[in-house]
Design a protein around this ligand. Structure first.
Ligand code: ZN
Ligand code: ZN
Length: 340
């Protein structure tokens, strides 16, 4: 099932989502209100979130210790599979389907993705997508929720530990979310998000090893629950941190997003991030469908059985034009394999 059949190549830049090329910070200052502009920004830490993240990471490290020293081999496999399921619930679901509308999914696939998304516990899809759409529109400005110019810690996890910058709030409220806000399935997820996420992210994965191969409840909770959750979180966050700081820029040297190998592997193909910011509506999130890109075969499989359709891709000519116009000089690149 190569992605060539049943894909919609976008023939021209005009048909694509318009990308602003210029001084974004300057444009933001023109669009944001005078109150926001004049409000001196003071970072306010949300201590409740700090406590939760400390607990998740300490518990996750202990879970890794238990995985190495006590867990049954079946628990190893199921921890990996649950990590893959929750990761792809973000990448194929919240990201490529709902935030970017880069392909369409029939109801059964939407329900599968929504379940997988709940296992990741990274906010409901509507909230996740709002943050993400603002990130794309205002990348690396004050209105970007995970602005990488504020440093590695901030764009990796820090943004979740403090109150949002007023520009994020203001521009986030202006982003059109009507398509998702009117989706009945997403509204149900949002309404019952806490119990749904607690069940799918902690209760269910803890029970599976206990009921099916007699794993101890203690080991199961720390491995399948906390370790797997912390791993999925950190791997997803590498998209905002590693893939905005380290790597090559074959498509646009003027933006911060990069091609980052660690992120490609850990976040199931999302590390082709210089490409993704250049062509955000391409369902592959990369020029290459199946090269270190686990999410794309997943979508292609569901296309093959008829549950996914209308996958958008950038045409080869369009990609080459972009490379020639704004790409980094290939002779200056060290890791050629992911430069393409
Ligand atoms: Zn990004
Ligand atoms: Zn995106």
């Amino acid at each position: 099932m190569p992605p060539s059949d049943n894909t919609k190549a976008i023939p021209d830049v005009q048909e694509a989502m318009p990308l602003f090329e210029g001084d974004l910070e300057k444009k933001l200052k023109e669009e944001v209100s005078v109150e926001t502009l004049n409000k001196p920004y003071k970072m306010e830490i949300v201590w409740r979130n700090v406590a939760i993240m400390l607990f998740v990471h300490a518990g996750g490290l202990y879970g890794l210790y238990l995985l190495i020293t006590q867990a049954k081999w079946q628990t190893w496999i199921s921890t990996y599979l649950w990590y893959a399921m929750s990761g792809i619930g973000i990448t194929a679901g919240a990201h490529r389907l709902w935030s970017h509308k880069s392909y369409k999914a029939k109801l059964p696939l939407q329900m599968i993705l929504l379940f997988m998304n709940c296992t990741a516990m990274q906010d409901d899809v509507i909230q996740w997508s709002r943050d993400h759409r603002v990130h794309h529109k205002w990348t690396e400005t004050d209105a970007d929720p995970y602005n990488a110019l504020r440093g590695f810690f901030f764009c990796h996890v820090g943004w979740l530990l403090c109150k949002k910058h007023p520009a994020v709030k203001e521009m986030g409220a202006k982003i059109d979310m009507s398509d998702l806000a009117n989706d009945p399935l997403l509204r149900i997820q949002r309404k019952f998000y806490k119990p749904l996420a607690l069940f799918c992210c902690f209760i269910l994965p803890t029970l599976v090893p206990v009921l099916f191969w007699g794993e101890s409840l203690w080991v199961s909770y720390f491995t399948m629950g906390l370790f797997r959750y912390a791993l999925t979180l950190n791997m997803t966050w590498t998209v905002n941190s590693l893939a905005h700081m380290f790597g090559s820029k074959p498509y646009d040297k003027h933006i911060e997003p990069t091609q980052n190998l660690t992120c490609m592997i850990g976040a199931f193909g999302e590390g082709w991030h210089n490409y993704h910011h250049s062509f955000p509506w391409d369902y592959r999130a990369s020029e290459y469908a199946w090269k270190i890109n686990a999410t794309t075969p997943f979508i292609d499989f569901f296309t093959w059985i008829g549950w996914a359709y209308d996958r958008k891709i950038a045409s080869h000519e369009m990609i080459q034009r972009k490379r020639a116009r704004t790409g980094q000089d290939p002779s200056t690149v060290k890791l050629k394999y992911v430069y393409g």
